[in-house]
Design a protein around this ligand. Structure first.
Ligand code: ADP
Ligand code: MG
Length: 601
């Protein structure tokens, strides 16, 4: 029997469209919210019951619809938002497909009331699963209310795939709060099973709205992003590196105020952090990107969740730059009071070991540039300013200014660093204190130094008085051969004898003195164990070197050594995390200390 082609009846076509547009209750909420915003509603309230499975009601005080429009709105491809093909290339509203209401009405029972300003009476339209609409009068104020009940009552498969009420509710909360972030001047409320879940009054700016949605704690850890050129305008907020999360799901992106998902642009944000994010951590970001309407195609995805740019790589590049600038211009690297306060200026109570803060005015704070992104610097477009002053680097300068004497007289007796349990360094910073893990800190310093010497010059080595002969296994010898050049550049002098013997007669100067003879052996063993991962050969060498060559837990450090280490640490690209992803620094803000001592705020 030959198959015959038939044009599908409208109702069936709507149900098919609904399959794409209406995936779950949250999709209905999204479409109705978008309609309310397109209609210039200033107050939008959403009410759901049983995760939206039983009821979804969205009410706005927007421009409303005439009776004729209220009926027409349910027709497929009925929209007031575009007229012509040209409009399709300049879409400034959420809606344009004219599909949402038709789709929803084909898979649920819909009850809409609406009144436009100029109408004398409101209109009520009821549609049950695509049956002809029943139209009556309705007394109401200007605006529109759409109630959707028994979603998917006629699509058992879809109904079966709905998740628990809690899960569906979570999706709905997420839709409402995400949308609300882009429209701070609209008041939103969300009621879940009779409980007020979100209540967002109209506010004047995106930050205040984000605070209401995301919470103060998170927003306090965010830094602002602003960027503008002829192609895009970008503004928003990104998390400080130490506030990064284990999941990627906290990236919010709005293109011309439309929430969209874009792997590419999320990646631009991630890339913007360079190496300063701990491994397997992802930033929280709220990014608003504005671009000319004709540079972006929103007609890509039935639920309009994705967009296409006429030149995505340019947008990517701008966003990446915006993130870098934001990080460079912010106080991501905390201010360290390295300048030793003159002891004579301190009260006796503030002697070393006491917790009394020296007068902050006595510590001169200098600013110097620390390059957080080696790559940016090499491109020559680095413009950031950092707020940490490596004391050693500025020693000469200070001498010229006649302050050298102060330092000299205090040499070996710097009061702002203390060693705890031969393992941690306690440092007083402007807004509290920090604990630095000495081993982790040195690991970071050595890692970057090792990479640097391997890339540029060869590092100085120290000759061993008694060269060390190591008998290695054949696979280990293969490793030595493979990395021979890297070892050489790092400062090892190696000679291979026969099949299994290596003689080490010099080691890198930058290695701490203890156990230098076994350092090489450890590195080889470590290299052997290490899975290849995505690391480059140099990085693997630098990683093993830095984890074995440095200061260890249990090593007593002099004031000078601590100073040097802390200075070196804060001159690295990422002072907060080891190359292996462990934290180096924990901070205790003064506010928190005050709080714990129950000081009145
Ligand atoms: P689209 O939003 O793509 O135009 P919809 O099916 O969502 O398609 O809506 C169809 C039309 O119904 C809209 O173009 C708009 O004119 C009207 N409409 C829908 N919701 C509202 C509302 N809340 N207030 C005013 N008009 C609305
Ligand atoms: Mg719509």
């Amino acid at each position: 029997m030959a198959d015959k082609i038939k044009v599908l009846p409208g109702k069936l076509a709507n149900m098919i469209a609904a399959g794409e547009v209406i995936e779950r209750p949250a999709s209905v909420v999204k479409e109705l919210l978008e309609n309310a915003i397109d209609a210039d509603g200033q107050r939008v309230s959403v009410e759901v019951r049983s995760g939206g499975k039983q009821l979804i009601r969205v009410m706005d005080n927007g421009r409303g619809m005439s009776r004729e429009d209220a009926v027409l709105a349910f027709e497929r491809h009925a929209t007031s938002k575009i007229d012509s093909e040209d409009d399709l290339y300049r879409i400034g509203t959420f809606g344009f497909r004219g599909e949402a209401l038709a789709s929803i009405a084909s898979v649920a029972r819909v009850d809409l009331t609406s009144r436009a300003e100029e109408e004398t009476a409101g209109t009520r339209v009821r549609i049950d699963g695509g049956a002809p609409p029943r139209v009556t009068d309705a007394g109401r104020a200007r605006g529109t209310t759409v109630a959707v009940s028994q979603l998917f009552y006629n699509v058992p498969v879809r109904r079966k795939f709905l998740r628990t009420t809690a899960t569906e509710t979570r999706h709905i909360v997420s839709v409402v709060s995400t949308t609300a972030m882009a429209y701070p001047d609209i008041a939103f409320t969300l009621t879940v099973d009779g409980r007020d879940t979100l209540s967002l009054p109209a506010v004047s700016n995106a930050y205040t709205r984000a605070q209401a949605v995301m919470g103060n704690t998170l927003m306090n850890q965010m830094i602002p992003v602003t960027f503008e050129d002829e192609l895009v305008k970008i503004h928003g907020f990104i998390s400080r590196p130490d506030a990064a999360r284990v999941s990627r799901t906290h990236q919010y992106l709005f293109i011309n105020l439309r929430p969209v998902s874009s792997r590419a642009l999320n990646h631009a944000v991630y890339e913007g952090y360079g190496s300063i994010l701990p491994r397997d951590r992802y930033p929280v970001s709220i990014i608003f990107l504005n671009i000319d309407l004709d540079q972006v195609d929103v007609n890509v995805h039935p639920a309009k969740r994705e967009v296409r740019f006429s030149d995505e790589s340019r947008v990517y590049e701008r966003l990446l730059r915006a993130i870098r600038l934001a990080l460079q211009n912010s106080d991501v690297v905390p201010v360290f009071e390295t300048d030793t306060p003159d002891v004579s200026e301190m009260t006796p109570a503030a002697a070393p070991g006491s917790a009394t803060a020296p007068d902050p005015g006595s510590a001169v704070n200098r600013r110097t540039q620390i390059d957080l992104f080696g790559a940016t610097n090499r491109d020559g477009n680095h413009s950031g300013e950092w707020t940490y002053t490596p004391a050693a680097a500025e020693q000469g300068e200070r001498d010229e200014e006649g302050q050298g004497a102060v330092r000299e007289s205090n040499d070996g007796e710097t009061v702002s660093l203390w060693q705890l349990h031969n393992a941690y360094i306690l440092a007083q910073v402007k807004d509290g204190f920090m604990l630095i893990d000495q081993h982790a800190a040195h690991e970071r310093v050595l890692f970057e130094r090792a990479l640097n010497t391997m890339a540029h010059e060869s590092a100085p080595s120290q000759q061993l008085l008694f060269p060390v002969t190591l008998d290695l296994m054949v696979p280990q010898i293969a490793l030595v051969q493979e990395h021979f050049d890297h070892f050489g550049k790092l400062g090892f002098s190696l000679k291979l004898f026969g099949e299994q013997t290596v003689v080490v007669d010099a080691v890198p100067c930058m290695a701490s003195n203890q156990g230098v003879d076994t350092l090489f052996h450890r590195m080889i063993e470590n290299l052997q164990e290490q899975p290849e991962k995505a690391l480059k050969a140099e990085e693997r060498i630098a990683l093993t070197f830095s984890s074995h060559a440095g200061i260890r837990k249990g090593d007593a450090l002099s004031q000078q050594e601590m100073n040097g280490l802390v200075n070196d640490l804060f001159a690295t690209e990422m002072p907060y995390v080891t190359p292996g992803g462990r934290p180096i620094v924990v901070r205790m803000p003064l506010e928190e200390i005050d709080r714990r001592f129950k000081k009145p705020q």
